[in-house]
Design a protein around this ligand. Structure first.
Ligand code: FE
Ligand code: CA
Length: 511
């Protein structure tokens, strides 16, 4: 089976059916009530010599414990160079424990760089679907191209994952997922319904991830490519900031919930051991390098930030917003980010970011407002970052961003109030996979609002994702959008393409 037919198989969710049919043994049936790989398989955080392999056992996708008895279960894993799993290069036994939700995280090492591999899991007589992954190139290797998807915000209730089906069918090196993998509340009048109305305990969060992972299109996208993931707010609660929840409860009241949410996030993502949470703390900022061509610098704009000033969401400015002490990254991460960018020799520095960097002024009820949850709420921190980019000039910085449920493509300026000031980076704010439901042009920014934000090149309110192609000369980003997500028959097409040329910060529409 070649890669093309593998991607086709994953996309048709035939894999799971094939895997299920293979499983029919009376001995196994006594141990577990049903097929235990119903949450699919995934890989993540590619390195030149390996990546993480992930699965989580469940026989019942409506339960937090997956319907698995509360005992350790041995899971065999196999890695091969062919999709038929005949040329096995390494294998091992992992233990899925109830303490970690019967998840399995295997950090495979010792593999060849820039190579495709296939993997699967087995427990007793059950065999998982086969996943495909790919190692990164050797450190400093000169490579001609790199292709990755930028995705975020996949509220299960708001629609179907047509974008993930498209990602699964498209050949690429990696998927960046920038947060809002789950949503912690229940909406009204949507095409799908969350198992639980709200999430508080570890069992609640586990239940939610089980429902999301049971989706065949999401499973196909995980099985087809390695993912590099980070969280934003809805993995815990809307608009949380540091140790403060949306309603401003005490840290003592909020931190146990954050700990439960982080643990469930770790259990359900292909993350390395370095991200195993310690109570309410989880290490998520990190770099992933692709030879000489690109460095992905993944940042965490939630866990260490000061509280949103002036109230959440779009608000008029107030004194608290202008505090020099306001922070988006926290002091430790801010120093780490500066160092990661200053020492990078990659031709492209892709910053995997959660909330919009660009200024977005909006007139509401006759007053100018900005979104206090975005970098706009932390202008002193943003200026420190853009001044750093202007002074140290790392190669070709590009922010890729989630959160807003709209596409915003534009130039990152040292001074957004002066369009003539220097452009120091490009920003691509990806829309959402489903969150917000079908796009509507009436939600798009008005021409008057766009005129207040001249650094913005493009705005679109449809659902979808970015497919980015990097070469040593340029970054070409296709905005892939769904005509609708609220029905099962949505179609994906390219709405627009954008180009950033090497050595010339900023972005323009192609064609
Ligand atoms: Fe979102
Ligand atoms: Ca968000």
């Amino acid at each position: 089976m070649n890669r093309r037919s593998f991607l086709y198989l994953t996309s048709a969710s035939l894999m799971l059916d094939v895997a299920r049919r293979r499983w029919a043994s009376p001995a196994m049936a006594r141990r577990l009530a049903a097929y235990p790989f119903q949450l699919g398989v995934a890989s993540g955080d590619p390195a030149p010599d390996g990546f993480v392999l992930w699965t989580r056992l469940a026989v019942d996708t409506t339960r937090g414990d997956g319907g698995i008895p509360p005992t350790p279960i041995s899971v065999r894993w196999e890695l091969a160079t062919d999709a038929s799993m005949r040329r096995i290069v390494t294998s091992g036994i992992a233990t899925a424990t109830p303490e970690l939700g019967h998840s399995v995280h295997v950090e495979v090492a010792g593999l060849a760089p820039q190579r495709e591999y296939f993997y699967r899991f087995m427990t007793n007589d059950a065999t998982s679907a086969v996943g495909r992954s790919r190692t990164a190139p050797a450190p400093g290797a000169k490579i001609d191209r790199l292709r990755f998807a930028v995705a975020s915000c996949q509220n299960y209730e708001h629609g179907f994952y047509h974008a993930h089906r498209d990602i699964a069918q498209t050949d690429m090196d990696a998927v960046l997922f920038l947060g809002d993998y789950i949503y912690e509340y229940r909406s009204k009048d949507r095409p799908r319904v969350h198992t639980l109305p709200a999430l508080q305990s570890l069992d609640d969060y586990r239940t939610c991830y089980a429902q999301y992972h049971a989706d065949p299109d999401l499973q196909a996208a995980h099985a087809a490519h390695p993912w590099i993931v980070t969280f934003d707010d809805h993995e815990v609660e809307d608009n949380w900031a540091g140790a403060i929840d949306r309603d401003g409860s005490s840290p003592a009241a909020f931190l146990p919930r954050r700990a439960a949410a982080f643990q469930a996030f770790y259990e359900n993502m292909p993350l390395r051991h370095t991200s195993v949470p310690t109570g309410p703390d989880m290490q998520s900022f990190r770099t992933v390098a692709y030879g000489q061509l690109a460095q992905f610098t993944v940042i965490d704009t939630r866990q260490y930030r000061s509280d949103q000033p002036c109230g959440d969401n779009f608000k008029p400015s107030c004194d608290a917003r202008l505090l020099e002490s306001a922070t988006m990254l926290g002091a430790t991460q801010e120093t780490w980010l500066a160092n990661a960018l200053a020492t990078s020799t990659a031709q492209w520095n892709i910053v995997a970011n959660q909330v919009m960097v660009q200024q977005l002024r909006q007139q509401r009820n006759g007053r100018e407002t900005v979104n206090m949850d975005q970098w706009d709420g932390y202008p002193a921190a943003r200026t420190r970052l853009t001044d750093f980019l202007a002074a140290r000039r790392p190669n070709n910085p590009v922010f890729v961003t989630g959160d807003t449920h709209q596409t915003w493509v534009g130039d990152v300026k040292v001074n957004f109030d002066d369009q003539k000031s220097r452009t120091v980076a490009t920003e691509l704010v990806g829309t959402s996979i489903t969150s917000g439901g079908d796009g509507s042009m009436k939600n798009r920014f008005s021409d008057a609002n766009l005129a207040d934000n001249p650094h913005i090149v493009y705005n679109n309110d449809q659902r979808g994702y970015f497919l980015c192609d990097l070469t040593p000369r340029a970054m070409t980003s296709a905005l892939r959008v769904a005509d609708r997500v609220t029905t099962r028959d949505g179609q994906i097409t390219t709405a627009a393409q954008f180009i950033t040329e090497t050595g010339r910060p900023g972005v323009h529409l192609a064609g």
